[in-house]
Write a protein that binds this ligand. Structure first.
Ligand SMILES: *Cc1c(COP(=O)(O)O)cnc(C)c1O
Length: 419
């Protein structure tokens, strides 16, 4: 840019790795889609692409959580930035230990600004030129973005739609080599909405052990399950291969804006300590900051006092909206869903563009849909899957139904007469 008579600014070329990593983002696609939207159109927009259900009143967090934050602020105890009160890592350790056959202690917990910072930190700790990491396809773009930003080579393994989006475990062995450091899994899964069984996770742990790699388990949707598979934390297999579990209150408590998450070391054999990974995580804390103090102050209350009714209500509602979504999609000819969701709040569906007259791919489909129907879906390409779509169904049932009806009439209108 020449904004000042050809003067050469020496800072004019910021680190290109930032832009390259930033390309791997859902947000980028959503911004493009929103730009297609006719803001003065007659109909309000129906977002079926978001990752945050809190905009629907029926998905509002629990009053106990709101009260805990308000009380922490009012107490006056959390104005400065002291070392983190041990009560909040302890509360997280106890929360996670409840699902494990061994106890986590405060030293096993690193608090983060949401699960995003947890991803950022683990990728910083392992990222160095030459190292590679195995990520799922389709996957969550921030895993890839931070891996790439931290100079790791990314190798994708497939999730298999015909097998309920299970990990293609056999292919992992072929993908890995001496420079592979970790395999990342997301369970319950975004974007596929599946939940892995105990047996499948055990197989993944065996494979990781055989290859000598770590498992990084993104469990930000932990406990948000409503099918036949219960939520099984990967930490259960920490004896087989060391596990770093990433989590947050963002999804289960539906407060992504509160920015509170964690990295948990699920490694009862102490391999991560032996291999200096724990030291590296500790050192990284000196480079960054802890989550906001008043959220930390509120956490013990949030974790202890949230009643089960809130959790079961959320899960029931997701079960209902997943059912609505699946049912409506079944009625659309050019879209098929290989696996009914049973966890998280997303569903991956396949788009058959050959049945449509004037639509060339998933991005084209989503752009025209938003223009004509004011409904936003996420093109699969944002997640590495061309001609697939991701649908978020965490929305109040009437708006969800309306949105999906609009998708249906859009598809009917564009249906090729020969198909
Ligand atoms: C939403 C999400 C995150 C990020 O969580 P935050 O706590 O909001 O930072 C991480 N991983 C997956 C798979 C997600 O869907």
């Amino acid at each position: 840019m020449d904004g000042d008579g050809g003067k050469r600014w020496r800072f004019a070329n910021p680190n290109p790795a930032v832009a390259a990593a930033g390309e791997r983002s859902i947000q980028r696609y959503l911004v493009q889609l929103h730009a297609c939207l006719d803001e003065h159109g007659p109909r309000p927009i129906i977002p079926l692409s978001h990752g945050d259900p809190s905009s629907s009143a029926c998905f509002r967090t629990t009053p106990e959580a709101e009260e805990a934050v308000a009380a922490a602020v009012r107490s006056g105890e959390y104005w400065a930035t002291p070392p983190p009160p041990p009560a909040s890592p302890l509360a997280v350790a106890e929360y996670l230990s409840g699902d494990l056959p061994y106890e986590l202690c405060t030293d096993d917990i690193f608090l983060t600004s949401g699960c995003t910072q947890a991803i950022e930190i683990v990728m910083s700790v392992f990222g160095q030129p030459g190292a590679n990491i195995l990520l799922p396809k389709p996957g969550y773009p921030k895993h890839e973005a931070h891996a790439v930003f931290h100079r790791m080579e990314v190798r994708f393994y497939d999730l298999v739609p015909e097998r309920g989006w299970e990990v293609d475990v056999e292919s992992i062995e072929a993908l890995a080599d001496d420079n592979t450091v970790a395999i990342v899994i997301t369970n319950p899964n975004n974007p596929c909405g599946n939940v892995y069984t105990y047996e499948h996770l055990s197989k993944i742990a065996d494979t990781a052990s055989k290859l000598g790699v770590l498992v990084i388990a993104d469990e930000v949707y932990g406990h948000l399950v409503y099918g036949s598979n219960p939520f099984v934390p990967m930490g259960l297999f920490g004896e087989t291969a060391p596990v770093l579990t990433l989590g947050a209150i963002s999804k289960r408590w539906i407060v992504p804006g509160w920015r509170f998450g964690w990295i948990a070391i699920c490694d009862p054999k102490g391999i991560l300590k032996e291999t200096k990974v724990v030291d590296s995580l500790r050192s990284f804390r000196n480079l960054t900051t802890d989550p906001a103090t008043f959220i930390q102050g509120a956490i013990p209350h949030i974790m202890k006092n949230t009643n089960d009714e809130f959790f079961s209500k959320t899960v029931e509602l997701l079960k209902e909206t997943a059912e609505i979504c699946y049912g409506e999609i079944m009625e659309i000819k050019c879209i098929t869903c290989p696996h009914k969701p049973e966890g998280s709040f997303f569903m991956m569906v396949k788009l058959d563009v050959s049945q449509l007259l004037d639509i060339c791919d998933d991005v084209d489909f989503c752009s025209k849909l938003v223009k004509e129907e004011s409904v936003v879906l996420l093109p699969g390409r944002a997640l590495g899957m061309e001609n697939w779509l991701r649908i978020t169904f965490a929305l109040d049932p009437p708006r969800l139904k309306l949105g999906l009806e609009r998708v249906k009439s859009f598809c009917q209108r564009h249906q090729s007469p020969s198909s």
